[in-house]
Design a binder for this molecule. Structure first.
Ligand SMILES: Nc1nc2c(c(=O)[nH]1)N[C@H]1C(S)=C(S)[C@@H](COP(=O)(O)OP(=O)(O)OC[C@H]3O[C@@H](n4cnc5c(N)ncnc54)[C@H](O)[C@@H]3O)O[C@H]1N2
Ligand code: MOO
Length: 432
């Protein structure tokens, strides 16, 4: 007979407890977040950059995509010594003490090339223009005076000042980006600076998203008694597309066993990942878990996290014997938001073939005190005067808590917090 762990009476897995790796359907264990995360990551097989899981895309379509191969610079950037300032390129013979005068003999704008500059001569030059042969420094126009064709410099000029040397940014032949890099704006700019017009990236993971619940109504439609709008669909679609995944939106799935099963199987046949919201707790109308167990397996269910305790993960078998990954997010929108950021995001990133996130852990002093809790809690909080202060209403259905906060403050399980204790801080800005 199944023993269902109840809130409060659950066999909470203490920190450091070495839980069995396989899910035993007769015993419902509460995994710690760390255990759950390592189970998830261990089970996340990356798409292979060697097979059909790659595609060539133009740079403008590569935002958020993951590089399939290392990128080696085909050229130096900049490709020539150039001026960092609007001013004058000088051929200074001896860098003697000021003042000094130079004959202005040429003018070089960006995109042009100049002639060799003789000793004691100056070239009018503009930012980005090539430094002419012979020039060994640039002075800013506001630092010197011009009279006719003569330039007067009243200060000590340093050799090579304001000259951006060839290869200063990137040297030809160096590896500039590693396979598995997720392309942000700055990586796209760098690739363009190398003249690269299209790149090979991993095909995006195909994610089927469905929201279960008879109470759900799409925005734009009238609400009946007891109904609510489907917020998870929009929240999760945005989270998934912000990471570059290809989302198939299955909309609302009604709470009945057959519809749930049929939709899950159809989604599994055509997608890498099947993601559901709702229906993973212990209620009679929670059909998702049962369908996954019947047509695959749950590898993970319930963990000591707040919000997000009923989080489920597993796989669904396809007709050909392969399987799709299953992610069952709790129905409460903030629980889905938090478990997506903490667990699903790194899982999907690894499945996609992205390099692991190596962002350094940030910590901030707690702006509050409170007793120990058995679940690790991710409080929606703000940084105020250098302290992390949770927003007032932390309900797992209270989406405004995620809107008015700037990140998640992590309160470890079984630890009492004293004001000033350093707690891990996960800013949304680095998450989304
Ligand atoms: N007896 C117990 N009841 C509950 C437990 C428990 O351990 N024992 N856990 C609670 C916790 S914690 C959570 S979280 C929820 C999660 O339940 P489910 O994942 O099965 O989700 P539902 O019951 O379907 O919905 C929960 C809640 O969220 C609302 N919801 C669902 N989908 C959406 C959506 N797409 N957009 C907006 N809101 C949605 C739904 O109406 C419910 O209010 O279970 C607790 N119960
Ligand atoms: O874990 Mo639930 O997400 O506390 O509301």
């Amino acid at each position: 007979m199944r023993r269902v762990a109840l809130v409060g009476g659950a066999p909470i897995v203490p920190l450091g407890y070495d839980a069995p790796v396989s899910f035993n359907p007769d015993i419902v264990i509460m995994y710690s977040v760390d255990q759950a995360l390592s189970l998830l990551l261990d089970s996340a097989t990356p798409l292979s950059p060697l097979d059909a899981d790659t595609e060539a895309v133009a740079l403008n379509h590569a935002h958020h995509r993951v590089l399939a191969h290392d990128i080696t610079a085909p050229l130096d950037v900049p490709g020539f010594d150039n001026s960092a300032m609007d001013g004058y390129a000088l051929h200074i013979p001896d860098f003697a003490a000021p003042p000094a005068t130079y004959a202005i003999v040429q003018r070089i704008a960006a995109g042009e090339t100049g002639a060799e500059l003789a000793a004691g001569h100056a070239a009018r030059i503009f930012t980005g223009a090539p430094i002419p042969m012979g020039a060994n420094a640039v002075v800013m126009q506001e630092d010197c005076s011009v009279s006719g064709d003569t330039l007067r410099v009243n200060f000590q000029v340093k050799p090579q000042q304001h000259i951006r040397p060839r290869g200063d940014d990137v040297r030809a032949g160096s590896v500039v980006l590693r396979a598995g890099t997720r392309l942000r704006a700055q990586e796209l700019g760098l690739l363009a600076s190398l003249g690269i017009a299209s790149i090979t990236v991993m095909r995006p993971l195909r994610v089927a998203l469905m929201c279960t619940g008879n109470e759900l109504v799409e925005p734009g439609q009238a609400l009946g008694a007891g109904q609510i709008y489907n917020s998870n669909r929009y929240l999760l679609n945005a989270l998934l597309t912000s990471q570059g995944y290809q989302v198939s939106d299955f909309g609302i799935v009604r709470d009945d066993a057959v519809t749930t099963r049929d939709t899950l199987l159809k989604a599994a046949a055509e997608h890498d990942i099947v993601m559901t919201t709702g229906g993973v707790s212990v209620g009679d109308e929670d059909h998702v878990k049962a369908a996954v167990e019947a047509h695959g397996a749950l590898d993970l269910w319930r963990m000591a996290i707040k919000p997000g305790k009923p989080f489920a993960q597993g796989h669904i078998r396809r007709a050909d014997g392969s399987h799709a990954s299953f992610i069952g997010l709790p129905g409460n929108p903030v629980s889905g938001f938090v478990t997506f950021l903490v667990l699903v995001k790194p899982f999907l990133a690894k499945r996609q073939g992205a390099l692991a996130d190596t962002t350094e852990i940030q910590r901030f002093p707690a702006g509050f005190s409170r007793g120990a809790q058995t679940r690790r809690e991710y409080l929606r909080a703000n940084l105020i005067d250098g302290r992390a202060v949770p927003v007032a209403n932390q309900g797992s259905g209270v989406l405004t808590s995620a809107v008015i906060s700037s990140g998640l403050l992590v309160v470890p399980e079984n630890v009492a917090v004293q004001e000033g204790d350093l707690l891990q801080w996960l800013p949304y800005a680095s998450q989304l």
